[in-house]
Design a binder for this molecule. Structure first.
Ligand SMILES: [Zn+2]
Length: 378
């Protein structure tokens, strides 16, 4: 006798309705990441869009805000870029901190807080990352920011090829790296959006005659290039001065030369293709690492993880790790290094001096975290 399905029409309708409710809830949560984080730029910043430097990304999801503040006295131009990889939150949040606090007295400060804004609209699959992280301000209010992915959201650029060929060098990389902004530099005016985005950033660096350009990152604590400055040959003298100054201030930092054969990265390509001195900096983020246990907002904010503590005991990590690596400390590292670079620029060429005030000191940020230094939303 043939098998006949059990149940009835009522059961089927009930199941369809249950699936629809789950799908609706999931879709709403997913789509909520398409909303921009609100930021409160300090007085003096002028908002632009990156497409002003390259039409080819106008009206595309790659276009991202650019903020510029010019001091009353002439000096150098520095460019601070956060959010190349949105799953490295101390990167974009350091840029946000400068944007909300900085007062430029001399020279010019250009900030792009969300460089690959196309990677802020989704999470990396199977990483269990939170969608947002929040900070409590002194008035009790909350400011929240998206925790995105390393790669451009595939809804903007799909499918990835099997092999991604870096256009200028012919270097072959995994196909998924086509969606990685930090393999797309110096960029191409046509092609996929991530490559066009990199091209637009290069146009900005060239047109604005940027003297010193920063690309801020985080890496997992078991990765050798962490708590580090990576410098192109052009930037090495300056970076060495900063590394020494940080060392004296009890903020040890590694100094790495930009490898010549690794292509598509800011520190290599901006150095080779523009007149700027590029610097990439890394802090240690346990929520990115492969050794981590439970992954949630708390881990992103505190960096406290028992498996990392264990790995530290076994001497497997490249950062000093007591029980934690809070985000305030990671932002403090980026911030102090940036301020030290701004100071040191004047030693190379006094006419390129950049003077910025309003930025909390290392100890304040490490102690109090980011919350007290963000502006309340009205
Ligand atoms: Zn990164």
């Amino acid at each position: 006798m043939a098998w006949k399905p059990g149940g009835n029409v009522q059961t089927a309708l009930f199941l369809i309705a249950a699936v629809a409710i789950v799908a609706f809830g999931a879709a709403r949560s997913f789509v909520s990441m398409w909303e921009m984080d609100t930021i409160v730029p300090a007085p003096g910043f002028e908002k632009h869009m990156l497409s002003e430097w390259f039409e080819g990304i106008k009206d595309t999801p790659a276009d991202t805000p650019v903020y510029i503040q010019e001091g009353s006295e002439p000096g150098g131009t520095v460019f601070v870029m956060g959010g190349t990889h949105p799953n490295e939150p101390a990167s974009s949040l350091t840029a946000v901190l400068f944007l909300e606090r900085a007062k430029v007295h001399k020279g010019r400060l250009i900030i792009v807080p969300f460089a690959n804004i196309m990677a802020f609209t989704h999470n990396s699959p199977q990483e269990a990352h939170p969608q947002r992280i929040s900070f409590t301000l002194p008035d009790g209010s909350l400011r929240s920011f998206r925790y995105g992915s390393r790669a451009t959201n595939p809804i903007y650029q799909w499918p990835d090829p099997d092999v991604y060929i870096h256009p200028q060098s012919g270097q072959e990389l995994a196909g998924s790296e086509r969606s990685n902004l930090n393999r797309a530099h110096p960029g191409t005016p046509d092609g996929a959006l991530t490559q066009r985005l990199a091209y637009a950033l290069r146009q900005l660096v060239m047109a604005e005659k940027v003297d010193l350009a920063f690309d801020l990152h985080e890496a997992s604590p078991e990765y050798p290039v962490v708590n580090a400055i990576v410098a192109h040959e052009k930037s090495m003298e300056l970076a060495a001065m900063v590394a020494m100054e940080l060392e004296i201030s009890d903020i040890p930092i590694r100094l790495e030369p930009s490898p010549k054969n690794l292509r598509g990265l800011t520190h290599r390509e901006w150095g080779d293709y523009t007149d700027t001195m590029p610097i990439l900096m890394e802090t240690g983020n346990p929520s990115q690492g492969r050794l981590r246990g439970r992954t949630d907002e708390d881990l992103v904010l505190t960096g406290a993880d028992k498996y990392y503590a264990w790995a530290a005991d076994l001497g497997l990590l490249f950062i000093p790790y007591e029980t934690d690596q809070p985000i305030g400390l990671r932002i403090a590292r980026h911030t102090s290094a940036l301020m030290s670079f701004f100071d040191s620029l004047a030693f190379l060429d006094p006419s390129k001096e950049v003077v910025v005030s309003g930025i909390p000191a290392f100890g304040e940020l490490a102690e109090n975290g980011l919350g007290p230094y963000l502006s309340p939303l009205d």
